[in-house]
Design a protein around this ligand. Structure first.
Ligand SMILES: [Zn+2]
Length: 264
């Protein structure tokens, strides 16, 4: 019986029985051909999913066209915590007339270039400095839509000439988990990197940090977000730094370092 059984099974693949041959031969062919192709088409390692690059949204505050579109930017939009705020504002300027929106856009561009060079996916909330808006609620939505690992809004303040230094604002009290520990950690890494290069603000916040409940971009963010006020444009010393490309590169380098420290 054993001999007969072996004989029958050995005849099947030789074409003795059509149905078994048809059903059996393709399967072994597929099984044996697939492994042979793997080394020639792609190394086995390529099948391991590569981690997505981290995504950072850079939000350069204000915009160059805002001043000539006041009715549009004064339109009220949701600002979080049940409040409404103007869509956007014009921003401040140095006493010599160097506008904040130019500073913000240039620093954001420099940060973006540095982060991209480190493999970070960078998304901006505006791609030029001569447009209008976007509104603050739309800026927050961009970070949420791309599920950003971090959102950094870049601004410069316009306080009294005596005040100086940078500060990092975060949503306080937090409205969701991302605004809690993750945003606080992002604020701290950016603070540390900025503090290595620039003085902390002596006119607002505490030790360079400022918890805020009135900033729409932070209130509406569902991902870790901070707003950096790089300095006070009304302070002559800081204004002179902000007005030079070298100075803006220093701000950009510090922000980049803080973001990279957060991303790990
Ligand atoms: Zn601003």
């Amino acid at each position: 019986m054993l001999f007969v059984s072996l004989a029958l099974s050995s005849c099947g693949p030789d074409g003795g029985a059509a149905a078994p041959a048809a059903s059996q031969s393709p399967a072994p062919d597929r099984v044996s051909s697939t492994p042979r192709q793997v080394p020639t088409t792609a190394p086995p390692r390529s099948t391991t999913p590569e981690p997505d690059p981290p995504t950072v949204v850079l939000d350069a505050g204000h915009n160059g066209g805002n001043a000539s579109a006041l009715s549009e930017i004064n339109r009220e939009v949701p600002a979080g915590r049940g409040r409404m705020k103007p869509c956007n504002t014009t921003g401040t300027a140095t006493d010599d007339g160097y506008p904040e929106h130019v500073f913000n856009f240039d620093v954001a561009k420099r940060v973006g270039e540095a982060l991209r060079a480190r493999g970070v996916r960078v998304v901006g909330t505006r791609d030029s400095d001569d447009g209008v808006g976007p509104c603050v609620d739309r800026r927050a939505a961009i970070g949420n839509e791309v599920n950003a690992d971090a959102v950094v809004s870049i601004h410069a303040d316009g306080s009294s000439t005596q005040g100086s230094g940078f500060h990092v604002a975060f949503s306080d009290p937090p409205l969701n988990p991302a605004q809690g520990d993750p945003a606080n950690r992002l604020a701290t890494t950016v603070l540390d990197a900025m503090a290595a290069e620039f003085p902390v603000a002596d006119y607002i916040g505490e030790g360079g940090l400022s918890g805020r409940d009135d900033l729409a971009g932070l209130n509406l963010s569902e991902v870790p977000a901070v707003l950096v006020e790089c300095g006070n444009m009304r302070n002559p010393d800081e204004a002179s730094v902000m007005s030079t490309p070298e100075g803006r590169q220093r701000y950009a380098d510090a922000i980049t370092e803080g973001v990279l420290a957060y991303l790990g």
